[in-house]
Design a protein around this ligand. Sequence first.
Ligand code: 13P
Length: 252
Amino acid sequence: MTKRTPIIAGNWKMHNTLAESAALIEGLTKNFENKQNAEVIVAPSYTSLAKVAELCKGTAIEVATQDVHWEDKGAFTSAVSPVQAKDAGATHTIIGHSERRSVFGDTDEILNKKVAAALRHGLTVIFCVGETLEEREANKTLSVIEGQLEGGLKGFTEEQLKGLIIAYEPVWAIGTGKTATPQQAQEVHAAIRKYLAGKYSDAFAQATRILYGGSVKDSNVDEIMAQEDVDGALVGGQSLIAEKFRRIINFN
Ligand code: 13P
């Protein structure tokens, strides 16, 4: 284990009604146990955001949005601004999730504007990167990830990016049940840290938490978290099941 405080984050994606969200928070917080003193974050959908934030008040669980628009307000039908996200109780936001990139067409340029908006309003950014299977097989994993980091974080100083969280989520491992091996995760995480050290500073690289995401389960979290450069997990499917997510929070 590293000295960085681990983070276990749950991305609920487009799941849960209000009642289901409340039940999940109840299941998570009842006799809450956090052996590793991990930072615990949940990212509900917008409809549940305020409710979940309310329920998490006074608990050790922090709340994130799954995305954020780059403007504070305006004629952007269906979008949610960082001002609204904060108002509803979010302290963090995911930006650049692969589903945003591939389904909704978020480009590096758009993501860069979203990062700027989040930072402007003091939301902690969980910036996602990851390669497709095709890119991995073509040996392009590291160059793809470097390009995503370059594009999304373009123009910010190390000072501005302080507190940034990066999530490495190989696209081929998301929702497929196919997890990267601990060695594959470690290799990419170490490369990301090296990139951060080169681009910013060694201190920044050492302080930045890098999460792994992609079919993290109660049964594989321990070996993934045992990797030196893996500082946490961004969990999809299993974050929707209280007992599973509780076990992931209490990884060994
Ligand atoms: P799964 O854990 O369902 O593979 O999802 C990972 C993910 O996309 C988290 O953001």
